[in-house]
Every structure is written in C-alpha cells, then in structure tokens.
Design a protein around this ligand. Sequence first.
Ligand SMILES: CC(C)(COP(=O)(O)OP(=O)(O)OC[C@H]1O[C@@H](n2cnc3c(N)ncnc32)[C@H](O)[C@@H]1OP(=O)(O)O)[C@@H](O)C(=O)NCCC(=O)NCCS
Length: 173
Amino acid sequence: MKLGVTVELSRYDPGLIYAGQKQFDCEHAVINSFVHNSLKSQTKKNLSVAYVLTDPSQGDRFVGFYTIAQHMIDVSSLSALQLGSLPRKIPCSRLVMLGMDKNYKGRQLGSRLMKHALALTKSVSNQVGSFGMYLDADPMAVDFYQKLGFTLLVGDKSPDPSPMFIPLFRIAD
Ligand SMILES: CC(C)(COP(=O)(O)OP(=O)(O)OC[C@H]1O[C@@H](n2cnc3c(N)ncnc32)[C@H](O)[C@@H]1OP(=O)(O)O)[C@@H](O)C(=O)NCCC(=O)NCCS
C-alpha cells in the first residue's frame, strides 16, 4: 500500500504561476497538453473553473486538477437511467477534465477531487437549476467513475469517449 501524502485543494488562479504545471504528466496526452497549454487561458475566460491539488512538501507543486462548467444534455441521452418524465433539455454540471500526476496516482486523490466536484455540483444546484453531473469518460476511467456512482449512458460497452451521468439524488452528502 502506498503511503498517504498531504496535499492541498484550492481553486486554480490563472493569474498565478504553479510549480510543475508545465511538467504535469497524468499519462494521458490530451489532458497533459490541456494543462500545459490551455488551462490558464480557458479559466481566465471563465469557460470553466478549475480546482487543483498542490503538494506543500514539493514547493506547492501542481499534482492534480479538475475543471467544471455548466452544461445541457438532451433527455434522450438519459434513457439508461429510467428517470420517468422529464423536459427535453436537462441542465447539469459537466466535469470537463480530470487528471492526477503519475507519481500521485493510487492514493485516493482522484476520488478526493471527484468528491469535491460532486459536492460543488450539489451546492450549485441550490442556486442554478442542475439535475446532476455529466462527463465524457476515457474508457480506461469508466470503472473509476462507476465506483463514485456514475452510470454509463450507452449500455455495457465503453465507447471513446464514454458518456456518464450521476443524478443529484444519488450524490452522497
Ligand atoms: C483516473 C485518475 C484521475 C484516477 O486517479 P487516482 O488518484 O489514481 O484514483 P484513486 O486513487 O482515487 O482511485 C479510486 C478508486 O478507483 C480505482 N481506479 C483508479 N483509476 C482507475 C482506473 N483507471 N480504472 C479502474 N479503477 C481505477 C482505484 O483502484 C481506487 O479503487 P479503491 O477505492 O477500490 O481502492 C488517474 O488515474 C488519471 O489521472 N488518469 C489519467 C487521466 C484520465 O484518464 N482522466 C480521466 C479522463 S475522463
């Protein structure tokens, strides 16, 4: 079993320089490139908000993150959940990107980021209508999201990407 690490979770500030952001490596090329080249500009424009994990023992190094935005999905994409009668367009939060640096994986830190994102989804729904959280999963991460309560919207197969959803009433307090 890997030893726990003490990391801090905070809202990403595009006006700051984060140690290690340009070297971030979660072993996923698209997500790495997003962190290196687009995270700062996207969050500056408020196209999404990011939350980061930093490691104080490594000079506050950037070791993990997620981005979240408002979203709208068509009710037909939720048919797998059998939720009864709903309007055609469903407002929700969307997890856009998530990644943990390869040296910090397997320590429940990805789960910690996701639990924060789910709590945020729930809290935002008190102010702006939202039915839950949507995401497009990498097929390799489908099991990870299922453990957190997400359902695959396309049956048992995992296409690339794999759309997934969790309704608000399934998000634990
Ligand atoms: C997916 C990712 C964020 C998980 O982060 P992590 O910190 O290693 O995950 P955790 O340690 O919190 O894992 C929580 C649980 O999920 C499991 N898990 C983690 N990654 C998994 C995966 N890819 N497939 C299946 N199970 C996985 C863990 O074994 C653990 O199970 P347990 O609670 O029974 O012990 C990380 O592997 C990553 O950055 N991957 C590359 C980028 C990526 O795929 N992002 C998602 C794109 S949609």
